[in-house]
Design a protein around this ligand. Structure first.
Ligand SMILES: NC(=O)c1ccc[n+]([C@@H]2O[C@H](COP(=O)([O-])OP(=O)(O)OC[C@H]3O[C@@H](n4cnc5c(N)ncnc54)[C@H](OP(=O)(O)O)[C@@H]3O)[C@@H](O)[C@H]2O)c1
Length: 352
């Protein structure tokens, strides 16, 4: 594992204040066990498991724990960190947290790291802080770069389709951002299969091909299977899943109550899992799935992630984590992403 030292001020026995300069050093074994998958037909590869900072990296979260989660991820080959302008709370705080850790600890590994951010949801008041206009997206990316102290991000996403802005305008901004050198690649998120097909066509005509689509996909949320996965495959686009643990439902943590330190107990708002999402019909399915996971020698979380990664159309999935141990636990899913026909049939029967 990597080592982390901080700049520590301490008072020595003769009462003078000393400075101890120390730094984070990434594990030399970081590329030992992670898989890297190509984004469709593009040159870029992503780790099969990426880390997202939607929750757990806000202003009220324990900064040293955030630092440890990032270090653990990178030490284990997670080279991709996913952010958005509005992650926090408050909005912008996750980029600030990440920016501080990046500047202090991992800046020297910049060329080993893929950073993504997004804009598309409401970020600031007035008519220019939401949607897909050129005015909003250009200003938002400039703000994100400033918060993280970066010259460029690797991937910039339009976070959700905006029915009020012509698709041509939004895609032209993505193209412009790449030409300006503020992002290397562009992606879209939460677009339907049809909207994705149209976005691909416009971007191709501009000369900035779509790199990747970011989609909500888990055993419990299967919309991606209704055409989107076929569109990305047909067009050689990457696909990265989010909320593949359904924010923690697809783990064994809620099977005997709601732990006090869980997301469901935290009442964070901003789309975070709430207690009302933990219904008995859903939990009884998870109990049954957990039995299959045990037979496979996996935790429930590991099986839920492996189930996504069994599909070769998936480039990566983005996990969230409130503890470093969750990162190492989730990575173990890569040890077995194969499912027998019998296992797949049993899973489908439970999910129906
Ligand atoms: N494009 C979009 O619109 C969009 C939307 C949502 C998310 N995302 C991206 O996807 C990322 C992940 O989303 P998410 O947080 O919903 O993902 P998730 O992986 O479904 O849920 C993360 C939560 O699951 C629990 N967990 C994680 N690993 C575990 C393990 N091994 N064992 C037990 N529990 C475990 C933790 O819950 P506790 O906190 O309870 O410990 C953690 O906070 C986000 O950070 C963001 O980057 C994108």
């Amino acid at each position: 594992m990597g080592t982390c030292f901080r700049l520590i001020m301490y008072r020595s026995s003769c009462n003078s204040v000393s400075l101890q300069a120390m730094f984070y050093s990434a594990s030399e074994k970081r590329y030992g066990s992670m898989q890297y998958r190509r984004c469709g037909k593009n040159g870029l590869k992503l780790p099969a498991i990426s880390l997202g900072l939607w929750h757990n990296f806000g202003a009220l979260d324990d900064f040293e724990k955030c630092r440890k989660i990032i270090h653990t991820a990178f030490d284990n080959g997670i080279t991709h960190f996913d952010l958005a302008n509005n992650y926090g709370p408050p909005a912008g705080a996750a980029e600030e947290t990440f920016g501080k850790i990046f500047q202090e600890d991992i800046k020297r590994y910049r060329d080993e790291i893929i950073l993504s951010t997004k804009a598309g949801y409401g970020m600031w008041s007035g008519p220019y802080g939401d949607g897909g206009s050129k005015k909003y997206l250009i200003a938002s990316l400039d703000q994100s770069l400033k918060r993280m102290g970066l010259d460029y991000v690797d991937i910039f996403y339009h976070h959700r389709p905006d029915p009020e802005t012509p698709l041509e305008e939004t895609m032209a901004v993505l193209d412009l951002i790449v030409r300006q050198g503020k992002a290397l690649y562009v992606g879209i998120s939460n677009y339907s299969a049809l909207e994705t097909q149209k976005a691909i066509k416009v971007l191709n005509s501009l000369g900035t091909p779509l790199l990747i689509h970011q989609v909500k996909y888990s055993m419990l949320v299967r919309g991606a299977e209704d055409g989107l996965l076929d569109v990305v495959q047909k067009n050689g686009i990457g696909c990265i899943a989010f909320s593949s643990l359904a924010q923690g439902i697809l783990t064994n943590k809620y099977l005997s109550g709601i732990p006090g330190d869980s997301r469901a107990a935290s009442e964070r708002g901003n789309g975070a899992l709430e207690k009302s999402g933990l219904t008995e019909p859903v939990l009884s399915k998870v109990r049954e799935l957990n039995e299959i996971a045990k037979q496979r020698g996996q935790s429930m979380a590991q099986m839920a992630l492996a189930w996504i990664l069994k599909d070769e159309r998936m480039t990566s999935l983005i996990i969230g984590a409130s503890k470093p141990e969750q990162v190492t636990d989730s990575i173990q899913s890569l040890k077995n992403c194969r499912f027998s026909d019998e296992e797949l049939e049993s899973i489908e029967r439970i999910l129906k």
